[in-house]
Design a protein around this ligand. Structure first.
Ligand code: PHE
Ligand code: NA
Length: 443
């Protein structure tokens, strides 16, 4: 059977942007920034995106396009009889870890959407506000699991129906809508009493924060997570791209778009966090407490909340399908499974792990696999801060050192001019050195 392909370059762009823009920009960006002091984190995060993220994004897509295979098979094809393919397993492994908790958080988003449909969340149903509402919801056993299962079923359904059909069209409508909503929300949030404190938190770096090594790892991990980098999601999407499509413009476009969504979410969340005296370091629940509190104060907030959580759930869906696609494509080739069989098996295993993640907010909240981190935070830490950067490091070393310069430049559609050499120098030297320094300093 011939390998599947995108219909058009736009189809690829939409899918790749759909992969990038998701819970990472709103949910993860906000709580990681909130935990790491705001401004100093933002600065480092932007540094990681532009210096490392975008050049690597181009690199990752080009590997897939050149090899036309999955994250393990691409290395086997381009570097036969070498151990390079081994690094592809980081990607497969991180896909399992990430989607297992991503589906839980996306389930929360679906639950919120549902509560805006019924009108239940138009006003905080509890005296103590949305903090108590959220805490009560996630600590129950079955309810959050139901929403996780529903989300996972939707992801599998879309991946089964193939790469081309997917949800390209839905993305075309709802990504711009999500952007528009975020802009409106940012304006509203900035008009709240006390908003300026939030702005200062986000944009005025506390210079002493730079002396903490953990902030560098967090910024790097957030850049990788948000750009969908290092797992092989973009590599796999690139493998469905024909050779005549030009890559550098696409890579920059995807990177800028993703960063726009992150910064604008910061402008929604932090002014409101300070205006409503919410703790910026509340961790994963942060946006699920802050957002409904904003909607409650806002004219027509119930409707805005409804559309918002619908769009957020869709954004999560288009990211999740790119994660499921990584192991699905691998197992399809490895065991000659059908797309249907592969995605159902992989997706079910992920849901199974998701049960642990979800219960980690309830009966298993005392389970802390790493330090004081609960199950979600532990899985997230290993995947986003360690495995994704390692996957990216190996892609940089592969293209920078295993390929000859001319081969590398040709793979990414650049010429041997200033721009091409800059990209090559970054990928060959800067990316590996920076990632290694950050790793070593955090030990
Ligand atoms: N980039 C996605 C987001 O921001 C998450 C993701 C991570 C997708 C890794 C693919 C690979 O939500
Ligand atoms: Na993102």
């Amino acid at each position: 059977m011939a390998r599947e392909q995108w219909g058009t370059k736009l189809g690829f762009m939409l899918a790749a942007m759909g992969s990038a823009v998701g819970l990472g920009n709103i949910w993860r960006f906000s709580f990681v920034a909130g935990n790491n002091g705001g401004g100093a984190f933002l600065l480092l995060y932007l540094g990681c995106v532009f210096l490392i993220g975008i050049p690597l994004l181009l690199t990752e897509v080009s590997i897939g396009r050149k090899a036309k295979s999955d994250v393990v098979g691409s290395y086997q094809k381009l570097a036969p009889k070498t151990p390079w393919f081994f690094t592809g397993f980081f990607g497969i492994f991180s896909a399992f870890l990430i989607l297992s908790f991503y589906a839980v958080v996306a389930g929360w988003s679906l639950y919120y959407f549902f509560n805006y449909v019924t009108g239940n969340f138009f006003e905080a149903p509890a005296e103590a506000g949305f903090g108590a509402v959220f805490g009560g919801f996630i600590s129950q056993g079955w309810q959050p699991l139901f929403w996780t299962a529903l989300f996972m079923a939707m992801v599998i359904f879309i991946v089964v129906s193939g790469v081309k059909k997917g949800i390209e069209t839905a993305n075309k409508i709802f990504m711009p809508l999500l952007a528009l909503l975020l802009i409106v929300l940012a304006v509203f949030s900035l008009s709240l009493d006390g908003a300026m404190e939030g702005l200062a938190f986000l944009f005025q770096p506390d210079w002493s924060a730079f002396s903490q090594p953990s902030i560098y790892v967090q910024a790097l991990g957030q850049a990788f997570f948000s750009l969908s980098l290092g797992m092989g999601a973009l590599l796999t999407y690139g493998s469905y791209l024909s050779d005549d499509k030009k890559l550098p413009g696409a890579a920059v476009g995807i990177g800028l778009m993703d960063t726009f969504f992150a910064v604008i979410s910061g402008l929604v969340i932090f002014p409101a966090v300070f205006a409503f005296s919410i703790d910026p370091s509340s961790g994963p629940p942060l946006v699920f407490i802050t957002l409904p509190t904003i909607f409650e104060q806002m004219p027509l907030g119930g409707i805005v909340g409804l559309i918002f959580f619908f769009a957020l759930s869709l954004a999560a869906l288009s990211s999740a399908i790119s994660i499921l696609e990584v192991p699905t494509a691998y197992f399809m080739r490895l065991f000659s499974w059908s797309r249907k069989k592969s995605s159902i098996i992989v997706g079910s295993i992920m849901f199974f792990f998701g049960i642990f993640v979800s219960l980690g907010f309830g009966i298993w909240s005392d389970v802390t696999p790493i330090g004081e981190k609960n199950i979600l935070d532990s899985m997230d830490y290993i995947a986003s801060n360690i495995l994704l950067p390692l996957g990216g490091l190996s892609m940089a070393l592969f293209v920078g050192w295993y390929f000859k310069k001319a081969t590398a430049l040709k793979a990414v559609d650049l010429k041997d001019d200033l721009m091409g050499s800059t990209w090559y120098g970054i990928v060959k030297f800067i990316v590996p050195v920076v990632i290694l320094i950050i790793f070593v300093s955090s030990l």
